[in-house]
Design a protein around this ligand. Sequence first.
Ligand code: PGA
Length: 661
Amino acid sequence: MSDRLLKIVMHVVRLMLGCTFVLSGFVKAVDPKGFSYKIDEYLQVANVSFPDWMSLPLVLAVTISCAEFVLGIYLLLGLRRRFTAVATLIVCMVFAIISVLLVIFHPVHDCGCFGEFISLTDVQTLLKNVVLLALAILLMRNPQVAKPLVPEGWQWFVSLYTCVFIFVFCLRSVYYLPLIDFRQYKIGANLRDMVFPSREDIKPEEISDFMVLDTLGEDQTAQLLFDDKPTMLIVAPLLSDASQGVTEQLVVIDDWCKDNGYAIYCLTASPLADVREWCYYNDARYPFLIADHTLLKTMIRSNPGLMLLRDGVIRNKWSCNNLPEIEDASFDEKKLEAEAGGNGKILLKILMWYLLPMLLMIMLSNLIRGKKKKNAQNPKVFDDLKEDSNDTDDLNNNIITTKKTKTMRKKIVAGNWKMNMTLQEGVALAKELNEILVADKPNCGVVICTPFIHLASIAPMLDTSVIKLGAENCADKEKGAYTGEVSAAMVKSTGAEYVILGHSERRAYYGETPEILKEKVNLALANGLKVIFCIGEVLEEREAGKQNEVVAAQLKGSLYDLTAEQFANIVLAYEPVWAIGTGKTATADQAEEMHAFIRAEIAKQFGAEVAENTTIQYGGSCKPSNAKELFAKPDVDGGLIGGASLKAADFKGIIDAWKPA
Ligand code: PGA
């Protein structure tokens, strides 16, 4: 798959997963109590018992809603990409397992994936979760494709704001009633039609099992629904669990209803003994009707809740936490009826409270990031460049560098043994080098990158304060059935600290594309290795004057999805392919020109400070005789040495180029 196509596919995958999680988290947060009833069903099937005071189902409902919503936002904004990909995969795997169990055992009716918003059959749930799992696996393979919409420094703020928003929204939905009623008994529903359908075109899902009995067991449904008087229903699924704080208010409402020609009943599923006790202790004189427990929980997410019926139509609903105040002027007959669309407006307002600050935050953070980048490109010291010595005469005028003098960034000379040396020869060379460098401390960092088979034997014999160890390659896969490959974790486990990636020989002979290299880089960094990343043009490209373009594309193709923190573990090695192993060195000026260009590109992407701290080595027929001249250039920070690293004396000669004459 081409790079471009892969990017498009991955964006679609990420957005699909993001939208699904945001939707499923949000609809659950609209009605956490409804979702907690579903969780309660699951817990009962799984035989999990817990003390009532814990309200475990509700705690889980709020936690799951918030987690799904936050994960969805992370996916949409491309935040903490690796963590998000892993978390998404784990969640999708859990969902998939649950849906397989649903299909086999049918333990509960309706999975509850989208709360009460959408009901899916078990098979539909399984299909949905298999698709989500496939998308999550795809995302896991390419987690870094998305560019974060919010720069790193701002991400904690976005995360915190999202968590607080969704949590407070959940609590609001628990305290009051859901702002959107996903069930049948929403404001405006006609219970007469639903219970005694007169229309022929009524859909099965519109038919209700609403039924009430009086305390003698007589059916009172018709009488209740066809009463000419407006009817106030106190809905208390279980009196033993009902909030005691509102009993006095209910008595007042009862009196008001009787004085104003309203019928009033309390609907409950409690046993008669509880009804009697309730009346006795709370001075309740309103009549009681008995109904199914689940029906009552579905009618209103409050215990007790209040519901006003007129002509069989639900006109308004109140949670016990905002019952109408009798002294309040608003408790007049007309105002009792809900304002049409009132909840919609509240919901819109709440969403604006999230969306507007988020948009502002995204815009502001990107504005500041843009400014920083501009500063990084600001040719403030370009004037110094012009004034400076002949070194810069050849510099292309478009090249912008941030500093001309040698800075304190790390200088490194690294050996690349390639496919040379038996184990015994390699161990002997490493031993010799170690002794020489311990005796005569180098003025720069020294690394030797050896074939895999040498690593474990050489690692214990090196004094890492003077010489460090690296591999020449690692796999683009984490682990598993990849015969002959060696993973980044395996390299790290030998004691090696570095790995060379992107060498032109691997690009040319082993078909390593920027995409493959990106995977390798990510894995190497994830396993705590530092990467010596090679870039460079072939002869035809230089002859066509395309070297800058080629090198910029190589950087972009494999490294630009890294964060600045990750990039701090990258050493770049500019190796013009036409100079590798050919004896043909790039001139010091050619090297400097390209190194300055590379540094300017890094500044554009990661900022001036990162660029200034990046070690850029030169590689390609570097030897003791030309090392000094090359290393004297301000942007050349050492070398990646092939042939000349196979003899201790030659390698030492190059290392000594960093010593004062
Ligand atoms: P060379 O190789 O020094 O033999 O030219 C450099 C490299 O390939 O890293």
